[in-house]
Design a protein around this ligand. Structure first.
Ligand SMILES: Cc1ncc(COP(=O)(O)O)c(C=O)c1O
Length: 355
């Protein structure tokens, strides 16, 4: 495996004096949180969604996202997606007409979910569009940054850049922005520092240079140790990754200072170049097929997603791991769809482009 690939995945943020953060997160209508789940819950509150009301959510989603709805008593109706990771618009229209209040759609792995027909359905049915852009900070649909296309955008920043924690809620709809009850800054102040995640971040950054330049054995041992520590901490500190409770935490000035200094253009270029490197490697494996054949201009992918069509996905992931490549069979599906989802969901693997 080419050492530049590991260097790119594990390298520290490249810094500069200032960046164009405001392009991706317009600061006059963005609120910052520790987790995307908190941002989503607060977004639902901003839209005044109430207990017993319904939101359409794709069944291809990680189970912990449901906690934002559970905490507010909001009902979820699941819709399936197809093999291009796109919804069926007729199904969405039929479900919307039955009286839901909002549709949540996901930009999977940082690729823009088409939005034109969803907007038309939302307008026709008088409902709101939530753009879950947890995977797509810095990614654009032509020239429009993802997360700014629906009424509400949700981001999980730490999935794209190296910050201790961090997520954002962007309000794009004028009537939501101008609603005085939505002055989130008052309720969710950015705290000066957030000790535990920041200590974890500093420790991680001290290991990072060795991750880029050491061999596979070192990387595997280091990653396994980090996961063990993370698992131990998450079961004792917060509520872990469950469907019922959103984890606690705040966004800190420490993370904000980092975020304002990251060279975002470099990060985008790095992700695009990793996409092509992994594409040429994975497309050569007989049992694998790409999900996205092309990388449109402006897209900054979360990772390289593909289908594994062989019989033993665990052994396949182990073989990547032996090469030093960490992959995820994303996501852990919600319990209520575990036995009823389309079979191709289980074949999706992604190689993340950051650590
Ligand atoms: C599609 C999607 N939305 C939202 C979230 C929630 O983000 P966070 O983990 O920051 O709460 C995730 C997390 O994995 C996700 O994959």
């Amino acid at each position: 495996m080419n050492s530049k690939i590991f260097n790119d995945i594990y390298r520290a943020n490249v810094k500069r004096e200032s960046n164009d953060l405001n392009k991706y997160l317009p600061l006059n209508r963005t609120s910052f949180f520790a987790f995307g789940r908190i941002a989503l819950r607060e977004g639902l509150r901003c839209c005044e969604l109430k207990k017993g009301e319904t939101v359409l959510v794709p069944s291809f989603i990680c189970r912990e996202v449901l906690s934002s709805f559970t905490e507010l008593g909001i009902n979820i109706v699941f819709y399936n997606i197809d093999e291009n990771l796109e919804c069926n618009y007729d199904e969405i229209e039929a479900l919307s007409a039955k009286g839901c209040k909002a549709i949540l759609f996901v930009n999977y792995f940082g690729f823009p979910h088409p939005v034109r027909r969803l907007k038309a359905i939302a307008k026709k049915c008088g409902i709101l569009l939530f753009e879950d852009n947890a995977h797509g900070f810095l990614s654009c649909d032509k020239n429009v940054p993802l997360g700014l296309r629906g009424d509400v955008g949700i981001f999980s920043l730490r999935k794209t850049v190296n910050v201790p924690n961090g997520a954002a809620l962007v309000l794009n709809n004028e009537s939501l922005i101008n609603n005085p009850g939505n002055e989130l800054y008052e309720k969710y102040k950015i705290v000066k520092s957030c000790r535990k995640p920041e200590i974890k971040h500093i420790l991680k950054e001290s290991v990072r240079p060795f991750m880029a330049f050491s061999g596979n054995t070192f990387r595997r041992v280091a990653l396994n140790s980090c996961w063990s520590v993370k698992r131990a901490l998450s079961s004792s500190i917060d509520n872990g990754d469950c469907e019922e409770h959103v984890p606690a935490g705040c966004f800190s000035q420490f993370s904000m200072n980092l975020l304002k200094k990251i060279d975002l253009s470099y990060e985008i270029q790095k992700r695009r170049s990793l996409f092509f490197s992994f594409k040429s490697m994975i497309d050569n494996i007989k049992s694998c097929a790409p999900i996205f054949a092309n990388l449109p201009d402006g897209v900054a992918p979360y990772g390289y997603p593909f289908y594994y069509n062989g019989n033993d996905i665990n052994s396949f992931q182990d073989s990547l791991w032996k090469e030093g490549v960490h992959s995820l069979n994303w996501p852990s599906l919600p319990m209520s769809v575990e036995n009823s989802h389309p079979k191709f969901y289980d074949k999706i693997v992604v190689i993340p482009f950051s650590w």
